[in-house]
Design a protein around this ligand. Sequence first.
Ligand code: 9D3
Length: 255
Amino acid sequence: MRIDAITLFPEYLQSCVKVGVVGRAFERGLASLTLWNPRDFTHDNYRRIDERPFGGGPGMVMMLDPLQETLAAVREAASEPCHVVYLSPQGRPFTQSKARTLAAKPRLVLLAGRYEGVDQRFLDAHVDEELSIGDYVLSGGELPAAAVIDAVVRLLDGALNDAESAPQDSFEQGLLDCPHYTRSESQGTEGVPEVLLSGNHAHIARWRRQQSLGQTWLKRPDLLEKMQLSAADQALLAAFQAEQTANSKTDAGNP
Ligand code: 9D3
């Protein structure tokens, strides 16, 4: 997969090709990232890329012409058609399912904005979709672009080894992950749920499934509402909920 990113801060995005699972995927040649700075496509002495908005008001807007010239250069750099994504607070939410869709594209162009945003005419003419990474205010689209690159590249065939892809299952199924425990020099197995030390793999799998369901119910009930639980899952969750209620009664009066 070929990824091109248009940004005024290319050094910010350079870091994601270097580390961890995603860095390794780039190293293996599963994806490439080419960075483009619209400032390199200006022709005035000031290399100006921002202007005050028509109609007045606070803030600056990224200008049409440098962006258009940048994108023209990006399109020229390869033959296949580009899917152009603008990272923006006005975008549709970026989700795991969107990451899957983007991972299937041969060429992805990410535009990270700064200031108040980009001239609407650029969006109307060239952008296929706008994506947001959540309802909070960032100072630009670089971090969101890095999030998209990370989520997409780790999905490419050969990016994850078996051990890394297994835990992916639960979130991919719309549930949160179960808690994890490992060896401790200072605490031994104190505080570790008994079942995980039992060696009974069927019990362990059932406990983990129950924890996934229970933690999702506690922390992200919105995710559960979208799901159609099997009878077995419903029973596991009901048992988790019953235990919660029992515990909260025991805790009553505690601070
Ligand atoms: C505070 C300025 N706001 C208008 C009064 C609008 C605004 C413009 C530009 C708010 C944030 C930004 C920069 N953010 C992004 O480019 C961005 C973003 C985000 O802020 N949150 C979540 N996802 C994204 S994707 C791109």
